[in-house]
Design a protein around this ligand. Structure first.
Ligand code: ADP
Length: 691
């Protein structure tokens, strides 16, 4: 019989557990599950009071329910926390097993409260079991009966069996709540993401960030602050409170105040409705919003770096949702990236604008073509120069605009290196048929485009013609009459009787020297223009440096004598013959000697020397003049360079330019060595005659 009785009891318990399990698994909302668990448990063991504490995955109490007779109190986690620290629930959790207390007044594990006193409710009996699901503690349930020794070991077993079912239901409810919360957060973030990233305009992005936060968190005010360039201050740049002007220019130091602290640590903070945490100074925020009931702040992040903060103040209804910080932090990461993109886009646009302006405002006409020469872009100057508007230009190719003898580099030839500039001379044909001479500079770029810069060279061509005219004028109108004068004077010289008046001969000599000087000048001018146009020196013959030197000294000696200067000759006898146009080199030497005489003081000393140096003859003229400053040594050989144009010495700045052209035309080199105050030494090399 006893055996049958056991079977009946077991079956009854199994049915009970099955019913409980079914009833519990039907509910998914934690509060409903807890109500059912406590009611079912109490009714099945005849308990009068009971409580359940629920833990989150981190082991912190998150929910609590108390049932006293017919009354149920929810959200009682805080009230129940004492029993976790010092009471029976704490013991059960620490030992991970159920406990039966037949008489609470006799057991230390029971936390005695004032109402446990003999004269109040007095000793009771209690059972307490852990709620464990999948090896994880999800809660603890305590049941109480007002009479000691009411609960028996069988009760404990039954309650533990119910708890095992209940814990699965509690865990499911928690997981469900968690996934719902996650879904809410994700929906809010996804919605914000699509709105925030819809624009690349920084102001629009900032405004949509604020409006999304306002909507997602339903708050009164939202602020957005960004670091200054040094990362030292947070500048409040946008607000959704509607009156931006009031907040413009507001700033707080990083690390100071609520926002400053979040900016420094990168950790979001929320201070919910009731408790205002005194460890954060809200002084800065209170200046903006006098009545702060609740505040939440999260970092704005881009690529892992904090670039500012988001701050939301005062929920419009009730308090912040538990996931408000998560939502704000999520928006913070999205928004940081969106802000950075908008900033980058702004930078790119500014740079593009700058380059576009440079292109448009360039003083030269510029065309961009593809590698077939089709015009892709044309600046304002190109329109002005060609007389064609942009649309017409973009329909043309460069070969329709210019014609040239040489092919256009890159476009009509191969082998143009990217970045290198090539140029050719060409003619631009206007629609009215006029031809303008141009130099076309071509540069190929990385994107298979060609940049063509047009420079009008009509002016230079005019100068070239002028120079040619001048040269032919010198040649025909000066040179031949001069030659006539020189030969007439020569004849005159032979006709003068040896015993005649010496004054005549002296006058004749002056006339001869002056005409020779003019002849030298005209010949040098002609040589310069020939050499500049690239013609070679052709009239080469072998001659001795000694002879060249002697002739040159003779030409300048009257002027040197007038200043009482001495000209020394230092030419070693072993200096070999040189192969040169003797007339040209003589004029080089005369030029150098004339300068030496001009710049040396009266009574000064001048030396003309020569030497043989590694297969070249070197000739030099040393003076005792003021010398040439180091920085000017290269320039003085340029045309029209005069170091002291306002000074007493006259000249055109052409002498040394001629010397360089003539020497380089012979394949030689000319240079000056000088220490200011110690005179100058002009030297040049000449090829020796090795045949
Ligand atoms: P210029 O007709 O002016 O003499 P040059 O071409 O011969 O033209 O010389 C250019 C400039 O170089 C001169 O103006 C002068 O300033 C400087 N210069 C030339 N030779 C000497 C020199 N021997 N001593 C000092 N300065 C010189």
């Amino acid at each position: 019989m006893q055996h049958d009785g056991e079977v009946t009891t077991t079956r009854a318990s199994l049915e009970l557990l099955y019913d409980i399990s079914r009833e519990l698994t039907e509910a998914l909302d934690l509060s409903t599950v807890l109500r059912r668990v406590i009611t079912l448990s109490m009714s099945n063991v005849g308990a009068v009071n009971g409580s359940i504490i629920v833990f989150d995955s981190g082991g912190d109490p998150v929910e609590g329910i108390i049932s006293v007779g017919d009354r149920v109190i929810e959200n009682a986690a805080k009230q129940l926390s004492e029993t976790l620290d010092d009471g029976l629930a704490g013991w059960v959790i620490r030992n991970q097993r159920g406990a039966l207390i037949p008489d609470t007044s006799q057991d230390d594990r029971w936390l005695r409260r004032p109402d446990d006193h003999e004269k109040q409710t007095g000793p009771k009996s209690a059972v307490c079991v852990p709620l464990i699901a999948h090896q994880q503690l999800v809660g603890v349930m305590t049941l109480v009966h007002p009479s000691p020794n009411f609960f028996l070991p069988g009760h404990l077993e039954l309650i533990q069996a119910i708890a095992d079912q209940a814990s699965i239901a509690v865990q499911n409810a928690q997981l469900f709540a968690d996934s719902q919360r996650r879904a809410r957060v994700m929906t809010a973030l996804a919605k914000s993401a699509s709105v925030i990233t819809a624009s690349l305009d920084l102001d629009e992005v900032l405004q949509s960030i604020l409006s999304q936060i306002r909507e997602a968190l339903n708050v009164e005010t939202v602020f957005l602050a960004l670091f200054d360039t040094q990362g030292e201050y947070l500048n409040f740049t946008a607000t959704s409170a509607g009156n931006d002007a009031e907040y413009a220019g507001l700033q707080t130091k990083v690390g100071i105040g609520f926002a400053g602290q979040v900016a420094k640590s990168g950790q979001g903070i929320v201070i919910p409705v009731t408790e205002m945490d005194e460890s954060f100074s809200l002084e800065f925020e209170r200046n903006i919003e006098s009545d702060i009931r609740a505040i939440i702040c999260a970092p704005l992040k881009s690529e892992g770096e904090i670039i500012g903060i988001l701050e939301a103040i005062n929920p419009i209804v009730g308090k912040f949702d538990p996931d408000a910080l998560e939502v704000l932090t999520g928006i913070g990461s999205l928004a940081g990236t969106a802000i950075n993109h908008a900033r980058l886009y702004e930078q790119v646009q500014n740079t593009e604008q700058r380059y576009h302006d440079l292109f448009q405002d360039s003083i030269d006409p510029i065309l961009i073509t593809d590698n077939q020469g089709n015009i892709l872009e044309a600046n304002r100057q190109a329109e002005l120069f060609t007389g064609l508007d942009n649309i017409t230009l973009l329909a043309k190719s460069i070969s329709q605009l210019v014609s040239s003898k040489e092919p256009i580099p890159g476009l009509e030839t191969d082998g143009v290196t990217i970045g290198e500039i090539h140029s050719i001379e060409a003619e631009f044909a206007s629609s009215d048929g006029t031809q303008t001479p141009i130099r076309l500079y071509v540069r190929s770029s990385y994107v298979e485009n060609y940049q063509l810069l047009i420079r009008d060279i009509s002016e230079r061509r005019r100068f070239d013609r002028l120079r040619e005219d001048l040269i032919s004028m010198i040649y025909h109108d000066l040179r031949s009459p001069l030659a006539n004068i020189v030969s007439s004077l020569d004849v005159f010289n032979t006709m003068l009787p040896d015993d005649g008046d010496p004054a005549y001969r002296s006058l004749l000599n002056i006339a001869l020297r002056s005409t020779e000087r003019i002849q030298r000048l005209t010949n040098s001018l002609l040589d310069m223009s020939r050499l500049e146009s690239g013609q070679p020196v052709i009239n080469l013959y072998s001659t001795s440096p000694v002879l060249l030197a002697a002739d040159s000294v003779e030409a300048v000696s009257p002027v040197a004598a007038a200043k009482n200067q001495i000209i020394n000759l230092k030419i070693p006898s072993d200096v070999p013959q040189v192969k040169v146009d003797g007339d040209m080199i003589r004029r080089v030497l005369i030029n150098l000697l004339e300068n030496a005489v001009k710049y040396s003081p009266p009574d000064g000393e001048i030396t003309l020397g020569a030497a043989l140096e590694s297969q070249n003859a070197v000739l030099w003229v040393q003076d005792s003049g003021p010398g040439i400053p180091a920085g000017e040594k290269d320039y003085i050989f340029d045309k029209f360079t005069r170091l002291n144009p306002a000074g007493s010495q006259k000249g055109f700045g052409l002498g040394l330019a001629y010397c360089r052209l003539a020497i380089e035309g012979h394949g030689g080199r000319i240079w000056v060595e000088s220490e200011p105050g110690k005179g100058s030494r002009f030297s040049f090399t000449l090829p020796i005659n090795d045949h």
